[in-house]
Design a protein around this ligand. Sequence first.
Ligand SMILES: Nc1ncnc2c1ncn2[C@@H]1O[C@H](COP(=O)(O)OP(=O)(O)OP(=O)(O)O)[C@@H](O)[C@H]1O
Ligand SMILES: [Mg+2]
Length: 364
Amino acid sequence: MTCGADELRDYYANIIDSVGDGVLVTDKKGVITLMNPAAEELTGISRRQVQGHPFRLPFRDSPILVDMVERTAATGMNISDYENVVLMTGDHPTPVSAATSPLIVGSGERIGVILILRDLTNVRELERAVRQTDRLSSLGTLAAGLAHEIKNPLGGIKGAAQLLERELSDDSEMREYTRIMLKEVTRVNRIVEELLALTSPRKLKPEAVNLHRIIGDLCTFQRRAVAERMVVIQQQFDPSIPPFLADEELLTQLFLNLIKNAIEAVGEVGLIRIVTRVHADYRMTQEGARRTRMVAVEISDDGPGIPKEQQEQLFTPFFTTKATGTGLGLAICQKIVSEHRGLLKLQSTPGKGTVFTVMLPLVQ
Ligand SMILES: Nc1ncnc2c1ncn2[C@@H]1O[C@H](COP(=O)(O)OP(=O)(O)OP(=O)(O)O)[C@@H](O)[C@H]1O
Ligand SMILES: [Mg+2]
């Protein structure tokens, strides 16, 4: 390539600006000389504000980064991939990994430090999903055995209660007892069935599904259920989402559980919103190393929200705060989403509401 100094400078500047990782450079004294757009986005700091300022001022809340930059400036050592850094971007924390290297000119002189920041949000989310799936599978073996053992005697009790009911005259007061027996047996049966659904591996039956029809039908159905209350269910669909391969029955169960939870959370008055969109920049590696876009479905409610200390437990089977809940709903959702190689994310602010986001790979 033959070009002048200005063009060469532009060429290098474009390279740095196009890198997906955050790049920040300081001079020997720790004064910021350069910051690329990815670094601005990750740190929530604009380069115009900080260029020419000492690094330690805007980064005083990240002492680890200040320490890394100062150590590399002093010793010329590389510090690679330090993973436990959390940056506050706006008002939300972003996990990043950081690495520093000395900036060395041709003569061998060290003239500054380069800091590279890599966003770990997606990595952390994947790790969390894997942890949840692990927890489920160890519980699964035990639960599946237990559920099988319970199903047979339960059938016996149900049959006996039905026989007993038949023996009683229509006006017998004992009928109340058989009614309760049958009702409770049905409830235990439901728990066992759900537990089995949760723990037994089920082969996915993928077919081209129309996501908006599934969610639209569920909304119509649930609107009738809340007709007596001041609960509004809004839907906002991205028309560009094409039919994609998924198990229709399982997706129906997934969204039904999430919408029901939202309805139960808002109580008498509330707003539930279901928003779909294609996530162009969120790609997941599929089997065979193919990359695919993701569809995001957000189910949000303005209910009471979920306390921070409960948020990790929610997906554990049998965790419930409801008098008649089984606590299996979200565990099943988690399983369905991971069987589809997707992600289930939770964001909740106590007092404000909750957003569950389902991310599914757009496989066609
Ligand atoms: N949208 C939400 N807002 C507030 N809390 C929620 C929301 N969704 C779930 N939760 C909390 O998570 C718990 C577990 O939910 P999950 O769906 O697994 O079980 P459940 O709803 O209690 O029972 P089931 O689904 O069997 O009826 C709930 O009891 C509730 O405390
Ligand atoms: Mg539920």
